[in-house]
Every structure is written in C-alpha cells, then in structure tokens.
Design a protein. Sequence first.
Length: 321
Amino acid sequence: MNMNFDHYLINHRPYTFNPPLEKGFALQHDKNYLFELPHLGILGLQGERAQEFLQGQLTCDLYKVTPNSMRQGAQCNLKGRILSLVDVIYWQQFQLILPKDLLLETQNSLSKTALLSRVTIKPDETYKIYGFYSSNPDNLVNLPTQPYAAVHEEGFYCYSLSKQLYIFVVKNESINEFHNLFTTTEQSQGSLTWHYLMLTQKQVQIYPETRGLFLPHRLDLHLTEHLSFDKGCYKGQEIIARMHYKSKLKHGLRLFLIESSLTLIAGQKIVDSAGQVEIGELIDFCPLGENNFLIATSILLEHPSQVRFEDQEQIIALKNF
C-alpha cells in the first residue's frame, strides 16, 4: 500500500489522500481500488448473550446477523438521537466496526448495561480494515453478491455495502498475504476517496461533535436496514417509532455540490439566505478540490436553493448531486 498520504481533517477526524487531492476522485472504471481505512476500529463482544444484548441496544435486527450476513445499525440515546453508526458482523464473535474516535465513548455507554448480560466489550486491535471498490469482475477473491452478504476465509472477512463497495476485515498476521492479492492488479487510494464513495451512496458518518444530534429519520435511515420496526424494544425505540408512524416527516437527507471558501464543520446549522430561518444541518461532507465540496445535509424537503451556514455571511448555492 502507498504510505505517502497526506491528511484532510473533517472536524477532527483525519482522512488520508494521495496528493493532489482532486486526483483521488478520478477513478478509472475498468480498475478496482483498495483503500486503507485507518480511521476505523473494532469493538469485540464476548459472552453467550451478546446477540440478545445488542438487540436491545441497536436499531437493526441482530438476529439477521450471521457469519454470512451483516447489518448496519445505530446506537441511540433515550431521546432517540444517534450516538454512533456501526457495522455489525459475526466472525468468531460479534464485532462492531465504527470510527476510532467514537470507540471509547461507545464502549463506555454500552458497557453500563453489558455487565447485566455478562457481556464484555473491548477494542480489538488484531485486525485492519480496508475498503474495496470493484469495477473489474476479474477479482482475485470471491466477493459477496448481495448487499449485507459476507464471505470469509482464514485470514479475512469481507462484506458488501452495495453493488461495488466492500469492506475487508483482515487479521494482522494475514495482511502481507492479503496485500499480495491486490498489489499487482489494484490501485491503492486513501480513505478520503472511500469517504466520497460512501457519501455518494448516502452513507454518512457521525463525528464526536455530532454525537447525540440527529434522529435516524433525519438521515433517512428508515429507508435502509439500519432501522427495524419488527424487532422488540431497544434504547430510543419509543421516540423513533412515534416519529415513523405518527409524524409527518419534514426533513430528509439530501446531497449537494457547493462552492465555499468557508471552513465547514459537520453539525453546523443551515439557515435561509436571509439568515433568519433554520432549515437543516450539515451532516457530513467531502472536499472535491479548492473551495468545492460534496455535502450531505438533513434539510427541509421544501428548501430554498440559496442558504447560509449559521453565523456566516457567505450565501451558498445548493446544486443537486
């Protein structure tokens, strides 16, 4: 893997890129790409009741998580607001994949009730995580064919997030062998390009600064497998269900291209061009070049085409992505 990466900070989270920054988004459609994702980590859960415990803590249906199937979910607080977004896999044990800057807080909040279920939760540093973009079908490994499906071998576990996007969880002792599968045929890219690809699929990130800010429906999670309305109770479920069945949704997740010289911050409020009416929040973003960004917003379904960020004078034109 190319280790000569620069770093770009979104809030305080570092994403890697191979300079110049703009070049990383010009992927060739006949090639596959491997992305090292050092900003992601793993929480491992041990205990016979780990699945039952997680079923009461996360928004997804844990009984659909098997060695051959994963789920994405959210951990919410009692007010139904998202504390973290996690990928849940079962490979030898239940594992939660999430950003490293949320590991400790997530571990601490889950551990408060895990003891009652005799479940232990610890960071697991025996793996590295990679993203994989598949465009050329001549892969050297067998890939899952359906979203959320998984395949695994002795040294790695792979699951599908979409038709072309995959995550590999690789044991440390198998990393050299794993790299050898790709170095001759695949291109290496940093985590910022992967972040861009995920945003284009409306796969957004929660940051320490946005922890506890968003309701799941504001991120359109009700349109995905993140939310299960058939399972039993979980933390925040009452508020989430009430919003789903009894409220008329006024906001949704929308992607825009913008030009701005401002420093963007995930979580900042978006107001109308007069600066008077709050119309949404900035969820996540990715720089595309000098003063150009792809942004993910939670915004009024009927919104103006020109806005401001709170406490800023610059008027921003929203261009649909």
